[in-house]
Design a protein around this ligand. Structure first.
Ligand code: ATP
Ligand code: MG
Length: 140
């Protein structure tokens, strides 16, 4: 099923100059990058993005991290894109992530784990709308 998902290269990935590496893995996996930009979230914007995690012990820390520098945000399209991209990313905790995944290869910490990907059609809709206007996300 053709699907869209929201991907982010987090501030650690941007800071470590692996934007190109991550984008190459996405493209080689057959996911189409249909929208892409670099943004810097404020603390308030990061809290809005991760509001599903409000109240969790890592909420303050992860929103500090996500607002600490620029992120690359993108919309990816492809067959089962949500699961396909989460497969490319690997588990949240890089120590548990499968060999060859982005997090296994590049993450340094459970928080600083290089990439984000939507986890369901509902969160994908919310997250794509959070960063991209209807014009930017228009079908080709
Ligand atoms: P993401 O939503 O960023 O794609 P995920 O869906 O794999 O990652 P979530 O459970 O949604 O994981 O957590 C969101 C983010 O919060 C994680 O990617 C990580 O940066 C941070 N995080 C999650 N769990 C922890 C934790 N136990 N300690 C510190 N940071 C955490
Ligand atoms: Mg998540």
């Amino acid at each position: 099923m053709m699907e869209r998902t929201l991907g982010i290269i987090k501030p650690d990935g941007v800071g470590r100059d692996i934007i190109g590496t991550v984008l190459e893995r996405i493209e080689k996996a057959g996911l189409k990058i249909v929208a892409l930009k670099m943004i810097r979230m404020s603390k308030v914007q990061a809290k809005g993005f991760y509001k599903v995690h409000e109240g969790r012990p890592f909420y303050e820390s992860v929103t500090d991290f996500m607002s600490s520098g620029p992120c690359v945000v993108m919309i990816l399209e492809g067959d089962d894109a949500i699961a396909a991209y989460r497969g490319l990313m690997g588990a949240t905790n890089y120590e548990e992530a499968a060999e060859g995944t982005i997090r296994r290869d590049f993450a340094t910490d459970i928080e600083k784990n290089v990439v984000h990907g939507s986890d369901s059609p509902e969160t994908a809709r919310f997250e794509m709308d959070y960063f991209f206007s209807a014009l930017e996300a228009a079908p080709a």
